[in-house]
Write a protein that binds this ligand. Structure first.
Ligand code: ATP
Ligand code: MG
Length: 838
């Protein structure tokens, strides 16, 4: 028997061996589904002689993809050069689009390969703009609510027009309008949001037969983990990629479907067997992860759901310690109790060979603050997944926005973010004028700046400030030299092997060698492919003023997406311009050049860290922070240095600016998780697929978990219950569930009383051990706190460290649970009530 089939039960073996034709593997938590996927990949390569690069495996998080790659590497050894493609849906789509998106261009109109990826903050900026344009008060309609609905619509593949037609109240109509503007703004900025990455890939593979066939030829074997959480676009993508051969293997567990708010559809599992009639369906029944107590407890909870097929899971790890339950008087005590337990666990388990690992899981991100504080008091190191990841910090986002602008000057969101950061005298009025100008003539803000400078449309001081800003960006672009463009071309050529794209490498090179854009495009941004009949009374069409500007612009720039190739001079510092600069601009340029001469020999190409250092300095960003001279500003400077380190790493990995920015955009919350961390804090959603010897499930309170939004919604409630099942089944040896009798909300003075979560009651009491329930304490007051609580805090707990939160835009958050989305993470919530779209 193949080595790869050893230590596998017969059903797992079948899942690994059935490589011809579609396979659906449905099984409960911890039954080895992911293990079947990794072994199947190795089996294909080793036993069936399938070329590694004919295999595409898709998972939900970068971490899972990385882990899969490591496991496969381990099984195969580092022998083969070619590697299977192990990606997330999003990272795979980015690759496809970076290569092929231009196949979607019609008549020179459409996005180019240099598209930007907009994250949540960028998206919010666009929505805020739209609200302003529509004169909607952002208190009556919160941007994140609007964004949530837009995302929901996208994930159900509903466009603005359809949304408008389906809307039954003025609020929904407004959202349709916002959606329309949003879509156009992203198009104008040559940008895609996360949902678009999927949608555009689907559109591409549907509309371009040539492209689809090329991918079908390339990827003969397709594997998808966590299939129960695929949404409509992901499902369509899977079908398009599976092609006619359909050697596709999907694995999932309907009891772990926790993303319906993001459009995940359990129907995808049912339809799979319909769409692929020869499907071989395999079920696994042995759980290898958890003790019998944990498995039984979790099974009892999920058994309360009515919408499930039901299945049996058994484990040979009989018995095990009982599920602990601790009822804290308040949230702080809950966090301290957990920290105390962790400290004990680490001490006791420390001597053992296996590295001890544990996780604290919670329903919403805002719960993490108390755990962070408590763990710091105990001086226990932890990793927090989500919430405040490095790339979410304000200063890091600022410098990344500079980089985005360097890459694509028409990225108006990036421009808006940094144009006056640090303050350089470009005020709100100036920006509003420029934005209005851009809007009325369908150009980007960058082009509006250029026009304002050339035609002296603003007061001299504003012009001077704008000129030096423009000069800064152009100098940074110039630093990348002609090599930047060449590297891009190389990447496109190398990205996929040439057998895949015999004919179009040349084209790709020709395209990008001009720099950033498509030099042939005469597209001006107003002339988009959107249906103008769906106009809502806003003037998106070309204005007279626009026509003139368009004519001007087409001479030297692709105003829509091209990123003015002609004014991009590889041999700067002197920047080439269509027309001679105005006197003001000249003066500013001379001044800037005096300040910091940037001599570079022709052909010199700056490295990524050099570019970042240049932007840090020349933008005045670091100087401004130095002048601020607070501990806070110094830690921000540290973060910017850290960003340069990240860029150095990227450089060493051979990444281009594009790839670096893609990486930063794709580092989702779940990725700050590190295998080395002994203690991990994360939301239940982020914990999917992972396992830990010790797991704490905190905040088991009605209204928190299950989430208040689902209390009156049976479907939502069942999803919460599945989430509870996911959380409980992460535990291998020990599971402890906790709740607080009083919990502070909205940063209020008076904590509110809570009711125990119904999920607690669903765990049979014979499986539960009561870990105590200390009496309520009127006030939090130092070291006598907790004495007598079962010895948990018998000694004064360690001295508090300064609670040193990373700076973020949101500041220290006290947001309500209502403000958070279904996952407790950043993606906004599912809206209700659109008819005909479920
Ligand atoms: P989830 O539903 O949580 O994603 P899963 O079904 O993907 O779980 P895996 O993560 O693949 O399960 O496996 C759970 C654990 O059981 C892992 O530690 C894995 O190594 C182990 N395991 C799986 N199959 C076997 C087996 N046949 N022999 C020994 N250990 C196994
Ligand atoms: Mg798994």
């Amino acid at each position: 028997m193949s080595r790869l089939l050893e230590n596998m039960n017969p059903q797992q073996q079948e899942g690994i061996r059935s490589v011809d034709g579609p396979v659906l593997l449905l099984a409960g938590a911890g039954s080895g589904k992911t293990r079947v996927i990794t072994h199947r990949i190795a089996y294909l390569i080793q036993e069936r002689g399938v070329p590694a690069d004919a295999i595409l495996a898709v998972t939900f998080t970068n971490k899972a993809a990385k882990e899969m790659a490591e496991r496969v590497d381990k099984i195969l050894g580092h022998t083969s050069l070619a590697k299977p493609m192990l990606a997330t849906f999003h990272s795979f789509c980015v690759r496809v689009l970076r290569r092929d998106i231009e196949a979607l261009r019609v008549g020179g109109v459409g996005l180019t390969k240099t598209f930007a990826i907009y994250d949540e903050t960028d998206q919010q900026a666009v929505v805020k703009q739209a609200l302003k344009r529509l004169a909607i008060d952002d208190k009556s309609l919160k941007p994140r609510v609007a964004l949530g609905r837009i995302s929901w619509a996208k994930n159900h593949m509903i466009d603005p027009q359809e949304y408008f037609l389906a809307s039954t109240n003025p609020m929904e109509e407004k959202i349709a309008h916002i959606f329309e503007i949003y879509k156009k703004e992203l198009f104008k900025a040559n940008a895609l949001d996360f949902d678009d990455l999927l949608l555009e890939t689907v559109r591409l593979l549907k509309s371009s037969e040539e492209t689809r066939e090329r991918y079908n030829r390339r990827y003969k074997y397709l594997l998808i983990d966590e299939y129960q959480d695929t949404n409509r676009p992901q499902y369509e993508l899977m079908k398009l990629l599976a092609g006619p051969d359909a050697n596709v293997c999907v694995v999932g567990d309907e009891d772990q479907s926790i993303y319906s708010w993001r459009g995940a559809d359990i129907k995808n599992i049912l339809e799979f067997e319909k769409d692929f009639p020869e499907t071989k369906t395999i079920r696994l029944e042995q759980n290898y992860r958890s003790t019998q107590v944990i498995l039984e407890g979790a099974g009892a909870v999920v058994a309360q759901n009515t919408q499930r097929k039901g299945k049996n899971l058994f484990t040979t790890r009989e018995g095990g310690s009982l599920i602990g339950y601790y009822e804290a008087p308040d949230g702080e005590n809950e966090a301290l109790f957990i920290s105390d337990r962790i400290q004990r666990y680490l001490r006791e388990a420390g001597g053992q060979v296996d590295m001890p690992r544990c996780a604290v899981l919670y329903r919403t991100n805002s719960q993490s603050r108390l755990f962070e504080e408590a763990l710091r008091r105990y001086q226990i190191q932890y990793h927090m997944v989500g919430g405040f990841s490095f790339y979410d910090r304000a200063e890091v986002k600022d410098i990344l926005s500079y980089l985005k602008l360097v890459q694509n000057v028409h990225d108006s969101v990036a421009l808006g973010r940094v144009v006056n950061s640090p303050p350089r005298g470009i005020g709100k009025t100036t920006m509003e004028t420029l934005e209005r100008m851009a809007l009325s003539s369908g150009m980007s803000t960058w082009d509006a700046i250029r026009r304002a400078i050339e035609d002296k449309l603003l007061p001299a001081r504003a012009l001077q400030a704008l000129s030096s800003f423009r000069r800064l960006i152009e100098d940074a672009r110039a630093m990348l030299g002609p090599g930047f463009a060449e590297k891009l071309a190389e990447d496109v050529a190398q990205d996929d092997d040439t057998s895949l794209l015999p004919e179009d490498v040349e084209d790709a090179e020709a395209d990008v060698s001009f720099g950033f854009g498509d030099p042939e495009s005469e597209d001006t941004g107003a002339n988009t492919s959107f249906d103008t009949s769906f106009n809502f009374g806003f003037d998106f069409g070309p204005s007279e003023e626009f026509s003139t500007i368009a004519a001007e612009n087409s001479l030297d720039s692709d105003a829509a997406h091209g990123i003015d190739s002609a004014s991009f001079n590889p041999f700067a510092p002197v920047v080439l311009k269509k027309s001679a600069g105005t006197t003001t601009e000249r003066a500013a340029e001379v001044k800037m050049a005096d300040e910091k001469p940037a001599f570079r020999k022709p052909g010199d190409v700056a490295t990524l860290p050099e570019l970042i250092k240049f932007l840090n300095d020349r933008s005045g960003y670091i100087r401004a922070l130095e002048e601020e001279a607070t501990p806070e500003s110094f830690s921000r400077i540290e973060n910017l240095k850290e960003l340069a380190n990240a860029a150095q790493d990227a450089q060493e990995r051979g990444e281009t600016l594009h790839e670096f920015l893609d990486h930063a955009a794709l580092v989702s919350d779940a990725d700050s998780y590190s295998e080395e961390a002994r203690v991990t804090l994360m939301t239940l959603h982020a914990a999917k697929g992972l396992e830990f010897p010790l797991v704490f499930l905190s905040g088991m309170e009605e209204g928190l978990f299950p989430h208040s939004r689902t209390l009156t919604d049976p479907t939502g409630l069942e999803e919460e219950r599945r989430l509870c099942y996911v959380g409980m089944t992460r535990a291998m040896d020990t599971l402890i569930m906790t709740r607080a009798r009083y919990r502070r909300r909205y940063g209020s003075d008076m904590p509110e009383s809570s009711i125990a979560s119904r999920f607690l009651e669903e765990v049979p009491s014979r499986l539960v051990e009561d870990l105590g329930s200390p009496p309520a304490r009127p006030q939090f007051s130092g070291s006598d706190y907790g004495s007598g609580y079962g010895g948990a805090y018998a000694t004064p707990y360690p001295k508090a460290n300064r609670f040193d939160r990373p700076s973020t835009e949101q500041g220290d958050q006290h947001y309500s649970y209502e403000d958070e989305d279904q996952s407790g993470e950043r993606t906004p919530a599912r809206p209700s009530g659109l008819p005909g779209v479920n």
